[in-house]
Ligand binder design. Structure first.
Ligand code: F6R
Length: 606
């Protein structure tokens, strides 16, 4: 949520900043800006624009900022204040000598703003961020790092900050609590950024700034301190993933590329986690005995990850017979949950930075639970606060709509369920061998994508969709609906098919389309009955059905076939055609697939 990049070195800062911003645009894209210190070292030049980064680029083309060796920049997902140019970052202080970018929310900004106004400060924007530049101005007594260190002590909430000043024009200051910030170490140049992809083509040597830490960065040196000013030994990590992972590699959208990557992601997981002697889930730091000693499991997650958690509930309860509840993380912490030392809490998060999930993890730990996280981003905040981690290693997910992270999360939950149930059992062994076939099934589905595109295009005119599924595919219906609504903006609701008669059926007429997950399973006949009910009311039906099922053709308008697998594994298989369906509808409607309006990739505000 919001992306930051900062640069100090011998190159011209602005192109580096713009290039990095483009790679962070998935974090927010309602306005953007750069602030650089010009070559006289006496003047800060700021350019800001509402809308996408291309608007900022155009602005800089018509109003160049000149050469500079130090700068900060920002792409915004608005929280406080509309997405206007004046509210875009960077924000200057009153003197025009200090400029900052910020990711996060300053919760006590109103109180601070009122106090600063009384002291004579005037503000231009409606943002919470602007007060930070004024606080630094207030505390500046000849040492920029000390002024930032003092200012952050007044702040409540979450922040990652980048600060530069003409007072000390050869220094970049960074600080963080609660919002991610990394430092990239180059040769005679250094960087700050919200995420690795922004600087991956410049350096692979990274310091992950921790909560409560700040850094003083020059082109030759990086020093990390805690907020009390004590020097900290920061670990330098080497990023190993390939730079191609953050490029489209010829695909029209990141979403399409990431849907294609799902077979490889699951294949790698199988190779790494399923051995001759069992399922390797080392990162959780629990023995099989400890794992089996939990009396219940609570899954915490948001959005798509929440839907993955719901699949996990069906699978773990069925195979391991442990009660599982799934909480939207944003609800969990406020509902006085019953959690104790016999509870295993599993947080699921692609980014590992989602504020609601992080708050849920903290609450669960406070109540004595053991917390493990299923996460994609190595070293992220949620991982750091958990007792154990299962990395999905799906590679960077750039498209705002989650695809490969979702199937990787589900796959990891299957592995956990196999482990809890005892992988040596005959029934589990059979499932494991079916599970190993999933990557090949994805390849089959992708061969059929032209047909899915045809069905999607034929139905893209509908103004409203229902998605129905039963049992383990009820979450699939929820996720199918979420994918469609977030990238095409068509209202879409997911329901347990049996619930349709309790309300949603009122929606059905010839102007509604209903996507039914009707793969062969124990509940197939029930699903067919629901399909009949829709047909009787003239709704248009698109079925996701098992290859070879001829029966279904009689009842529905369109069929998208998926290969056969075990009933319990079907959510993994139906996920891909549902993603493709949403994708092709959105493309047909001319929507911005990778960057849907109002959304951001990692939601670091509550
Ligand atoms: C939807 C989507 C979101 C995320 C949610 C949680 O496609 O991506 O619903 O799933 O914001 O994000 P993470 O998994 O990063 O915690």
């Amino acid at each position: 949520m919001c992306g930051i990049i900062g640069y100090i070195g011998n190159s011209d800062a602005t192109p580096v900043l713009i290039d990095g911003l483009k790679k962070l645009e998935y974090r927010g894209y309602d306005s953007s800006g750069v602030g650089v210190i010009d070559s006289t070292k006496d003047r800060i030049i700021v350019r800001k624009s509402s809308g996408k980064i291309s608007n900022l680029e155009n602005l800089i083309r018509t109003k160049p900022v000149g050469k500079s060796s130090i700068g900060i920049s920002h792409t915004r997902w608005a929280t406080h204040g509309a997405p206007t140019t004046v509210n875009a970052h960077p924000h200057l202080d009153g003197s025009g000598k200090i400029v900052i970018v910020h990711n996060g929310i300053i919760e006590n900004y109103e109180t601070l703003k009122t106090a600063l106004k009384k002291q004579g400060h005037t503000f231009k924007s409606d943002t919470d961020t602007e007060i930070v530049s004024h606080l630094i101005e207030k505390y500046y007594k000849g040492n920029l790092r000390a002024a930032v260190g003092r200012a952050v002590r007044d702040l409540e909430g979450a922040f990652a900050l980048g600060v530069i000043s003409t007072h000390e024009p050869d220094k970049l200051i960074a600080a963080r609590i609660g919002s991610p910030l990394i430092i990239g170490l180059g040769k005679k140049e250094n960087f700050i950024a919200s995420d690795v992809p922004a600087i991956l083509d410049k350096t692979r040597k990274i310091i992950y700034l921790k909560d409560g830490e700040m850094a003083e960065i020059t082109k030759d040196k990086v020093d990390v301190f805690n907020f009390a000013g004590k020097k900290v030994n920061a670990k330098v990590h080497t990023i190993t993933f390939n730079i191609d992972a953050v490029k489209k590699q010829g695909y029209p959208h990141f979403m399409m590329k990431e849907m294609h990557e799902q077979a490889d992601v699951i294949q790698k997981m199988i190779k790494a986690r399923i051995g001759k002697t069992g399922i390797a889930l080392d990162g959780i730091g629990l023995t099989q005995k400890q794992l089996s000693s939990f009396k219940k499991i609570i899954i915490l997650a948001c959005g798509t990850a929440y839907h993955a958690g719901m699949v996990g509930k069906y699978v773990i309860e069925k195979l391991a017979k442990i009660p599982v509840s799934v909480d939207a993380a944003s609800e969990f912490r406020y509902r006085d949950p019953i959690v104790d030392r016999k509870t295993l809490v599993i947080a699921i998060s692609q980014s590992g930075e989602t504020a609601d999930t992080l708050a849920g993890v903290r609450e669960a730990k406070r109540r004595g639970a053991r917390v493990i996280t299923i996460c994609n981003v190595v070293g992220s905040s949620i991982v750091r606060e958990s007792d154990g981690v299962l990395y999905t290693h799906a590679g960077p997910e750039i498209s705002v709509a989650s695809t490969k992270a979702y199937t990787a999360q589900i796959a990891m939950l299957y592995l956990l369920a196999f482990k809890l149930a005892g992988p040596a059992k005959k029934e589990i062994k059979k499932l494991i061998s079916e599970f190993k076939k999933v990557p090949a099934l994805y390849k089959d589905i992708l061969k059929n994508k032209a047909e899915i595109a045809r069905v999607a295009k034929k139905n893209s005119h509908f103004g409203c969709f229902l998605f129905l599924g039963r049992n383990v595919n009820y979450p699939s219906a929820l996720e199918g609906a979420l994918k469609l609504k977030e990238i095409s903006y068509i209202p879409a609701e997911g329901y347990a098919a049996g619930e349709m008669k309790h309300g949603p059926i009122a929606l059905i007429d010839e102007y509604r389309a209903v996507v039914c997950v009707a793969v062969k399973s124990d509940v197939y006949e029930k699903m067919i009955s629901n399909i009949q009910e829709i047909r009787a009311r003239k709704g248009k039906i698109i079925a996701i059905a098992t290859k070879g099922d001829k029966e279904i053709d009689k009842h529905v308008n369109y069929v998208i076939h998926v290969p056969k697998t075990s009933d319990l594994l079907t959510p993994l298989v139906v996920a891909l055609p549902l993603q493709l369906f949403a994708y092709y509808v959105a493309v047909k409607l001319g929507c911005d697939v990778d960057q849907p309006r109002n959304l951001a990739k990692s939601v670091t505000v509550e």
